[in-house]
Write a protein that binds this ligand. Structure first.
Ligand SMILES: O=c1ccn([C@@H]2O[C@H](COP(=O)(O)OP(=O)(O)O[C@H]3O[C@H](CO)[C@@H](O)[C@H](O)[C@H]3O)[C@@H](O)[C@H]2O)c(=O)[nH]1
Ligand SMILES: [Mn+2]
Length: 897
């Protein structure tokens, strides 16, 4: 019976359901089935991914691989979440929808007559919460996980005795302010990149310095020198991680695993080398503290061109490269390039997105790898196989072609044990993103992401057989038509050019505009179908070298170019006027218009029909740092929310943008959710104020409840808890992380999101510019001293106010109840619960607010005052020695009737 399973099926769950899943024998059968499947797989040529969309119909045949070879198999696999976990989850979601319906039915038909305003406010808030819940919930309907097969990647692309066929990757590191982003951190990131487990000639590291700091430049120079020792050492002993600071922070148990004495010796020596390196870097930092009056001068005596951060020429320096320096063992090292784009007053620089686009062009001119990885300066490579992991998706002959990027989760070092401010974002990275991966792919989060270069150039994803008429991503229909024909042309041309380029490799010189014109003119056949040069210039700008590079879909630089001419062109493409009247930032590269350029950039790609992939290797691929004190964290969240508001109010708002294109509906839901969430701050603040108002006025948002109503309320409460719990289960998230996330949702919502909303509106209405406040990255991890750092910011006011009024509300409510006798405790209970719910959510905020006092934590003082007053009031009430009527008025001072 099991043999009847069609050989192309890859879904044991589905098939087993037909063949007796759930019976006693199913396990055995499954084993047998799996074995048979595996045997079959070896000869099956065209495998169809469950995805459906993923098979391009490409021929898998690699004549060099024997028919039964392991290297023919897919490089990765989708692992659906087990149905025993996901089905109850879905069931509960549906139940919750039904219960919500009943809830609103009751709520709307039972207004509170003596507190109509309260009732109306609460209902409006609840409706908003319900809607935003829908947008958050349904993109989590099809979560998946994935598994990669690095050995198969190796078998396929690194055949014995032949040069590696792995694709090249250009790696971008962005940094801006060496004081907030210590050079040592950037250096560690760069070292981890240079030492990555990948063919050296296929890796190029570009560091973008938006601060034009000589400190960064010199630190990088030191780093390249140290890399000559560090890289061979890492590779020799296969170390992890390859960022020295974090490597040496691990303790090695020399006794346990019979460590090679040679290793012990070399490790010790290397540790000393690293310490010296650190001393040199710290020396540079110390020197950079005070700017000399005449500005910085370089070692050769010439003044540093970047002395005026806002007005300086573009700078490029190649530190390590192909024919240059070798490491101490004589091996080549990856390329390392310092880039600081030109800045002039009067030009909009578009923050990080602008920096990334400059790097896209520079790298296209210098190495033009078909794939790009971008990391923030503090996100080092923690798993040296990270690039290979990404290639398991990108280079998969069937699945790869449609993938625009492979996103890795952000993981962090140096966060306090309890992760007080939910810096790890575990719920987002382990639940929401896995959900999206089952739809059209995770959103781009700004770092730890490997891109397909072509996808960044604003092209549509390849289509299998596309029905004509539905190919583009702009919403007006007429626009679709014109756009389609243009796309076709560009694609057609790219093929031609590529062929021609291959044909006349030696003769084609492409340094200047004239040359490329000649080149195109030379292809007289099919000339009419070519996209005119002018159109390319309109899209990509005036660099013919860059334009030519975009046509090489498999990357690489045309042969016969000299590095001097390339560098000249590289300077050209980072000049600040370069993007004028082009599609950079509009359709090409990182997209401008939001401080969270990441969401926007990924969104555009999904609109072009691309899919992205979420990759979670066992050993985290990248690790970074996060702001752990309250004020910095709130500012970070403020920036993110502001970015979302900017997108929400722009033409790229996912509610309106991109219909009739590649964006799937549930994916759209998720994007909508990620731009409207700051709006939730308004109902949230209102809702958190309600309990206090109720307690103070003695009114409530629901009338006297019937039994039916209390059942509905309970059911709603239970279904909310149940979805949470089941979600934690399939996502592998702990209750503490989940709870922190809930708490921070309230804290952030009551402060940063609200401010973001106003700043965003200000920007749109009054044109006030938004700036990108970089978060400081802790240099030396000083025992989380940062956690207790307290900086005053107005962001703290709204949550503080909410806290205070709720505490006052509780006090007043309790004392009222005391005065009014025991029958009034019943209704009070609901209000107290409501109010405590707010306080409990704001608790981490209160802790952060209190800072850290060594003797007697203020928090204890506050709580004791609070409890003390409650108990004293109670005491007053119960005290049998006093006559009731007499004392009450004296104590609470309120008019209690
Ligand atoms: O004008 C600028 C401003 C920032 N950056 C770089 O942008 C990165 C992110 O800045 P950071 O302050 O660390 O922001 P985070 O909130 O920690 O970053 C997250 O959120 C950002 C969007 O707000 C994304 O760009 C990041 O990739 C993502 O990690 C850093 O490498 C900066 O050097 C620039 O290159 N130029
Ligand atoms: Mn960061």
């Amino acid at each position: 019976m099991i043999m009847a399973v069609p050989p192309r099926s890859m879904d044991p769950k589905k098939d087993l359901a037909v063949y007796g899943y759930g019976t006693v024998a199913w396990k055995e059968k499954m084993e047998e089935w799996k074995k048979k499947q595996n045997e079959k797989l070896q000869v099956v040529k065209h495998q169809v991914y469950k995805d459906g969309c993923i098979n391009d119909g490409d021929d898998l045949d690699d004549p060099e691989l024997p028919k039964m070879d392991e290297g023919r198999q897919p490089l990765s696999r989708k692992l659906p979440i087990s149905s025993s976990k996901i089905n109850p989850y879905r069931l509960i979601i549906l139940l919750r929808v039904v219960i919500l319906g009943l809830f609103f039915h009751y709520r709307i038909r039972h207004p509170v007559n003596d507190a109509y305003g309260l009732w109306l406010t609460s209902i409006i808030c609840e409706i908003w919460f319900a809607v935003s819940w829908i947008f958050d919930q349904f993109p989590k309907w099809f979560p998946v996980e994935r598994e990669t097969y690095l050995d198969r990647l190796s078998l396929r692309y690194e055949k014995e005795g032949k040069p590696s066929e792995l694709a090249a990757v250009d790696i971008f590191v962005s940094t801006v302010d060496p004081l907030k982003e210590p050079p040592l951190i950037t250096a560690n990131t760069v070292l981890s990149i240079l030492a990555v487990d990948y063919p050296v000639d296929k890796v190029a590291c570009y560091v973008s310095d938006d601060g034009a700091a000589m400190l960064t430049f010199e630190a990088l120079s030191e780093t390249s020198e140290f890399a000559r020792k560090w890289v061979p050492f890492c590779k020799k002993f296969n170390l992890e991680p390859r960022a020295p600071e974090w490597y040496f922070a691990q303790n090695v148990d020399y006794l346990r695993n019979k460590v090679d004495p040679m290793f012990v010796r070399e490790r010790r020596a290397m540790k000393r080398e690293y310490e010296e390196f650190k001393v040199r870097i710290n020396g540079l930092v110390a020197m950079a503290q005070k700017v000399p009056e005449e500005g910085w001068t370089m070692q050769d005596g010439t003044p540093w061109p970047g002395n005026n951060v806002r007005d300086h020429p573009g700078m490029i320096q190649v530190f390590l490269g192909h024919n240059g320096v070798h490491d101490v063992e004589g091996n080549e090292l990856p390329r390392l390039v310092y880039v600081s784009r030109e800045k002039r007053p009067g030009f909009e620089h578009h923050k990080k997105a602008g920096a990334m686009n400059a790097l896209v062009r520079v790298s296209a001119v210098i190495s033009n790898a078909p794939y790009l990885l971008n990391v923030d300066c503090d996100h080092y490579i923690n798993n040296s196989k990270a690039l290979r992991e990404a290639m398991c998706f990108m280079m998969d002959p069937q699945a790869g072609k449609k993938i625009c990027y492979v996103q890795f989760p952000q993981r962090f070092d140096g966060i306090d044990r309890h992760d007080r401010y939910s810096n790890r974002n575990v719920v987002f990275f382990d639940i929401n993103m896995k959900g999206l991966d089952g739809i059209q792919g995770p959103i781009y989060v700004g770092t730890g992401c490997v891109f397909r270069r072509q996808a960044l150039y604003g092209y549509d994803a390849p289509k299998k057989t596309k029905p004509p008429g539905k190919t583009c991503n702009c919403w007006p229909k007429w626009c679709c038509c014109c756009f389609r024909s243009r796309k076709k042309n560009s694609k057609g041309k790219s093929k031609d050019i590529r062929k021609t380029m291959k044909g006349r490799e030696t003769s084609l010189q492409i340094y200047t505009l004239e040359n490329i014109d000649e080149g195109i003119e030379g292809i007289d056949s099919e000339k009419s179908s070519l996209m005119p040069q002018i159109k390319f210039e309109k899209k990509f700008g005036q660099s013919s070298v860059f334009i030519a590079s975009t046509l090489l879909e498999d990357g690489g630089v045309p042969p016969g170019t000299t590095s001097a001419s390339l560098l000249k062109e590289a300077i050209h493409v980072i000049s600040c006027g370069y993007e004028d009247k082009t599609e950079w930032g509009k359709e090409v590269g990182w997209i401008y218009g939001s401080v969270t350029e990441d969401i926007l950039t990924g969104f555009k790609m999904h609109c072009h029909g691309w899919r992205s992939v979420y990759c979670i290797p066992k050993r985290p691929a990248f690790k970074g740092s996060a702001p752990i004190n309250l004020s910095d964290r709130l500012h970070q969240v403020l920036r993110w929310a502001l970015g979302s508001v900017e997108i929400f109010l722009s033409r790229h708002c996912p509610i309106w943008y991109g219909y009739g294109c590649g964006l799937k509906p549930l994916e759209r839901f998720s994007y909508i959710n990620s731009v409207v969430y700051p709006l939730t701050s308004l109902p949230l603040i209102a809702y958190c104020t309600l309990p206090a108002v109720c307690l103070l006025t003695g009114k409530f948002i629901v009338p006297e409840i019937s039994n039916y109503a209390s059942i509905v309320f309970m059911a709603l409460f239970i279904s909310i808890a149940a979805t949470g719990i089941l979600e934690m289960q399939w996502g592998g998230v702990g209750i503490d992380d989940w709870w922190r996330n809930e708490q921070f949702w309230v804290i952030g919502g009551a402060s940063a999101h609200l401010f973001a909303l106003f700043q965003g509106l200000l920007k749109v209405l009054a044109g006030v510019n938004t700036n990108f406040t970089v978060t400081s990255k802790a240099g030396d991890d000083g025992e989380f001293s940062d956690l207790y750092l307290f900086k005053w910011t107005s962001l703290l006011i709204p949550p503080m106010t909410l806290l205070i009024i709720n505490i006052i509300g509780i006090l007043v409510g309790v004392s009222n109840a005391i005065n009014n006798g025991y029958e009034s405790w019943g209704p009070l209970f609901g209000k107290l619960f409501f109010s405590l719910w707010v306080i409990v959510h704001l608790y981490p905020f209160l802790k952060g607010f209190m800072g850290k006092q060594d003797r007697l934590p203020t928090i204890i003082v506050v709580w004791s005052i609070l409890l003390a007053s409650i108990f004293s009031l109670l005491w007053v009430r119960i005290n049998p020695f006093l006559s009731k009527d007499g004392i009450v008025l004296e104590v609470c001072g309120l008019d209690c009737d």
